[in-house]
Write a protein that binds this ligand. Structure first.
Ligand code: NAD
Length: 371
């Protein structure tokens, strides 16, 4: 149940329930923290077992977005939204436009984007009613599909891991066990293959397995459960969360875990266990932030160059986190949280002094983070 005690303990600023029986809209928006800027995070549509489950999901995901934006150096806060319903039956133009109108009423405190079961066509309907949406089609001045940018960020993270473990960022001659060859996985496969890595891959979608077999004939397919046993240098989860757990961790033979999937560690303690087993773990919410970085510049005018430059910073940030993890002898996931929280607190602290009302001197001019 939603309670102020729960919001206080998780640190949320605002939770909004949206209802429009005329089109079946049932949505929850959670704004976690806006210290760094407007809360940005995707909307997902899911047939939750209960409204309680939907609430849990949106609270957890929105908090994750605060950390992701903070560690990525973005001037954005964390938020997320869930639409309760069956994506195959309940989607309609009216539902997304009604949702868009409510988003507009939040006056930019929350900006949405695509997430699970939400596609470009749905975003277009939302965009009809509000400016507070990104991931808009390129034809309308948006940034299009984020997956190639997410994949590039993951690749930069993997390079940083290789530098730390092998003394060179090159992938040449490395072996990678790749789990999930969907949108991100296939883009990543190209980067890894071009970089000279040998790939073992798995998936449960026959269609995606066939596509990869045709496009990457040198890659080797292994069964979904065998992926944890592959004798490779790197395990790259790009399908599901929580695949680093009590059942899998002892099976891994790799030296590095780095992939796109959100929340790869089933529990925080699995980060410590990877460390004790001498397996380097790349912080998932940093190295999969390429898609977020890409949509974040839509407001300033998206350009591929700008986006690529931003995504490249993931390499240095990942190394900075490894350094803190070594200096303080703490797991990488803990070091990542510390750096994210440090940035939020530092920016919070500089906002204490009154600036005066100077906007009248530059009418119409906005600062970069005041979009
Ligand atoms: P996707 O749905 O296109 O691909 C996921 C793939 O994983 C599919 O091919 C699916 O068949 C496969 N899969 C599902 N269960 C599996 C299992 N048990 N074993 C093996 N394969 C399995 O998704 P995506 O957009 O490529 O995203 C991949 C992951 O990265 C997801 O966890 C997503 O949340 C995360 N992520 C994606 C983005 C993005 O820009 N798309 C950004 C950040 C994080």
């Amino acid at each position: 149940m939603l309670s102020f005690e729960k919001l206080y303990s998780m640190g949320h600023e605002q939770v909004v329930f949206l209802s429009d029986p005329s089109c079946g809209l049932k949505a929850i928006i959670a704004v976690h923290n806006t210290t760094l800027g407007p809360a940005l995070g995707g909307t997902r549509m899911w047939q939750y077992k209960s409204e309680e489950d939907a609430l849990e999901d949106v609270l957890r995901l929105s908090k994750g977005m605060t950390y992701k934006a903070a560690i990525s150096g973005l001037n954005l806060g964390g938020g997320k939204a869930v639409l309760i319903g069956d994506p195959d039956k309940d989607k309609s133009e009216a539902l997304f436009r009604s949702y868009g109108r409510y988003l507009e009423s939040l006056n930019g405190r929350y900006i949405t984007a695509e997430d699970v079961n939400i596609g470009v066509a749905d975003i277009e309907h939302i965009f009809t009613e509000t400016r507070n949406v990104v991931g808009v089609a390129k034809i309308h001045g948006g940034s299009g599909n984020p997956a190639p940018f997410t994949a590039l960020g993951v690749f930069r993270g993997i390079e940083a891991c290789c530098y730390k473990v092998f003394g060179t960022r090159s992938l040449s001659g490395r072996t990678v066990a790749l789990q999930g060859v969907g949108s991100v996985g296939q883009n990543l496969m190209k980067l890894l293959t071009d970089g000279g890595a040998k790939i073992f891959f798995t998936d449960i979608s026959e269609k995606n397995i066939q596509t990869v077999k045709e496009n990457f004939p040198e890659a080797e397919y292994v069964g979904p459960d065998e992926i944890y046993d592959v004798d490779a240098d790197i395990y790259t989860p790009c399908a599901l969360g929580a695949t680093i757990n009590d059942a899998t961790i002892g099976r891994l033979k790799v030296k590095i875990v780095a992939g796109a999937a959100n929340n790869q560690l089933k529990e925080d303690r699995h980060g410590a266990e990877l460390k004790s087993r001498n397996v380097l773990y790349a912080p998932d919410y940093l190295i999969n932030a390429g898609g977020l970085m890409n949509v974040s510049i839509e407001f300033e005018g998206w350009s591929e160059n700008k986006s690529l430059r931003m995504v490249d910073t993931i390499y240095d940030t990942t190394l900075r986190i490894f350094q803190l993890s070594d200096e303080q002898n703490i797991p990488v996931n803990q070091a990542t949280d510390i750096l994210a929280e440090r940035r939020i607190n530092e920016i919070k602290n500089i906002k204490t002094s009154y600036l005066g009302n100077v906007s009248h001197r530059f009418p119409g001019r906005k600062t970069r983070h005041n979009l």
